[in-house]
Write a protein of this length. Sequence first.
Length: 89
Amino acid sequence: MNEATFQRQAYSVHALREMARKRLPRMVFDLADGAAGDERTMRRNEQAVAETELIPKVLNGAPTRKQTVELFGHTLNSPMAASGAGLMW
């Protein structure tokens, strides 16, 4: 699984647990997921993840748009074409 796919799918503690449950052998998952003793560490970890704010970087660093297109050997500044359209009675 590449990093981009992981970032899309690992959006919450529940999603991470489901990913782990599907990939790990049952015994390993149960050991890690079950927590131990009074489960303080598990609750602290869930609280830390819940307090983390995810701020998307919308259009951050988007490249300059280039609308030119080459069509039938001609370069057009904007890819626009017109075709006949009509209504037949």
